[in-house]
Design a protein around this ligand. Structure first.
Ligand SMILES: C[S@@+](CC[C@H](N)C(=O)[O-])C[C@H]1O[C@@H](n2cnc3c(N)ncnc32)[C@H](O)[C@@H]1O
Length: 255
């Protein structure tokens, strides 16, 4: 397990992220997602002016899948990735894990409506309840900002089969200062507007500051590629859009 026993290039940033956000990760995040769960998908669409859905479709298009693959969707939320993959390959065996019972409940209702089977369970991304070398593909969408990322990615590598692929996508920290400024200004306005439209509770309203700050301390696309390399992944590639505001990565567990 990684947990900073070794000196990695990003150990300092990870310690700083942990110090700044651990109280939110441990105490508040579940309440925030419990509040958001019922309207999470719609709020995402409104807050991003539809761009998240467009980006999600582009991410899904990068998967190289066969019906025989065994897939794990980490921080699955309302099963957006699992459901999209099952639309492509209805016979896939998909397992999904998330800490939030509320998000999983909404996901289960959506999966039922769509007539797909997702083997989902409640649990923590830092302690995946699966054996070593178990999955052909692991995916993580829009959640790694909320994790002790080196620990979680190391855990993902553990459960991947040698030669298996990790598909990751998230909002990232742009390198360019002007793009950063535009991005943060847009996010601040859109989070406030979305909270008002959907009548969020006090907990979710307070979380706006967290969502901005956690992004400001997060990784750019090239940094994330470097981090994958340090953790021992191979064949690492990334693509970012909108000046690095969003990006997806693909990395293989060495054979
Ligand atoms: C922004 S949502 C993304 C959900 C989904 N992947 C998607 O793309 O719509 C973040 C999810 O991460 C989950 N999460 C946050 N920290 C977690 C942890 N330590 N272990 C498992 N799930 C976690 C939250 O409960 C929430 O459902």
């Amino acid at each position: 397990m990684v947990e900073m026993q070794q000196d990695y290039f990003f150990s300092g940033r990870e310690s700083a992220r942990k110090e700044a956000f651990e109280h939110v990760w441990s105490n508040d995040l579940n309440d925030i997602f419990a509040d958001l769960a019922e309207y999470y998908d719609q709020a995402n669409f409104v807050a991003s002016l539809g761009l998240m859905n467009w980006f999600h479709s582009r991410f899904i298009a990068t998967f190289d899948l066969t019906n025989a693959h065994k897939v794990l969707d980490v921080c699955t939320g309302t099963h957006a990735v699992s459901r999209a993959l099952l639309r492509q390959k209805p016979d896939l065996e998909i397992h999904a894990i998330d800490r939030s019972a509320a998000m999983l409940k909404v996901g289960a209702e959506l999966a039922k409506k769509e007539g797909v089977t997702i083997r989902s369970l409640q649990g923590d991304a830092h302690e995946l309840p699966f054996p070593d070398n178990h999955f052909d593909i692991v995916t993580l969408q829009f959640a790694s900002r909320h994790l002790r990322i080196m620990h979680a990615f190391d855990e993902i590598k553990r459960v991947l089969k040698p030669g298996g692929y990790f598909y990751h996508c998230d909002m990232l920290r742009p390198d360019n200062k002007l793009v950063q400024h535009a991005y943060y200004t847009f996010l601040k306005a859109s989070l406030t507007a979305t909270a008002c439209i959907f009548g969020s509770t006090e907990t979710a309203l307070k979380s706006r500051k967290y969502f901005l700050n956690v992004l400001k301390m997060f990784y750019s696309a090239p940094e994330l590629s470097q981090l994958f390399g340090e953790l021992g992944f191979d064949a690492i590639s990334h693509k970012s859009v909108f000046g690095g505001m969003l990006g997806f990565h693909k990395a293989m567990k060495p054979i």
